[in-house]
Design a protein around this ligand. Structure first.
Ligand code: ZN
Length: 148
């Protein structure tokens, strides 16, 4: 597991220790649960939608440093965005962490710290769990999301 230490960069550690938007917003009107059985990461993502815009977002749950930091940074990056904008960020983030494309690395800003995850396929599920859960919440699905 030593090589995984390279992934635990400062920003990831910092977010996992002090996750942002770690709460259920009072105006929550969409939510979804996500589970990554490979690692045991489990999160609920809460959304307060105002029409097509994400007025507020929060999450709660437990998981490894990568999944928690990714959830924290996901909430920061999509708050105030429209559904379409949030889906576009996820698409670019997904391309980056799966190693398919680094084309949008600059646009992704801080989220680019997860690019090293692409070398560890098992960790890709940790990094994308919160995003898949966000997508399910946006779609208003009630069933649990699993990365498997
Ligand atoms: Zn994990």
């Amino acid at each position: 597991m030593a090589e995984l230490r390279d992934l635990y960069q400062e920003v990831i550690l910092e977010h996992s220790k002090a996750p942002r938007n770690y709460r259920e917003p009072a105006g929550t009107n969409h939510k979804a649960e996500g589970y990554n059985p490979l690692c045991g990461d489990r999160f609920t993502v809460y959304l307060e939608m105002d029409g097509d815009s994400i007025r507020d977002i929060g999450f709660q749950g437990a998981g490894c440093a990568i999944s928690k930091a990714s959830a924290s940074m996901m909430t920061q990056s999509v708050k105030g965005k429209t559904r379409a904008e949030a889906e576009k960020i996820f698409e670019q983030f997904h391309e980056l962490v799966t190693g398919h494309s680094h084309e949008h690395e600059a646009e992704l800003g801080k989220l680019a710290v997860f690019s090293g995850v692409s070398e560890f396929p098992v960790r890709v599920k940790c990094a994308t769990l919160a995003w898949h859960t966000l997508e399910a919440a946006l779609e208003g699905k009630q069933e649990k999301v699993s990365t498997e």
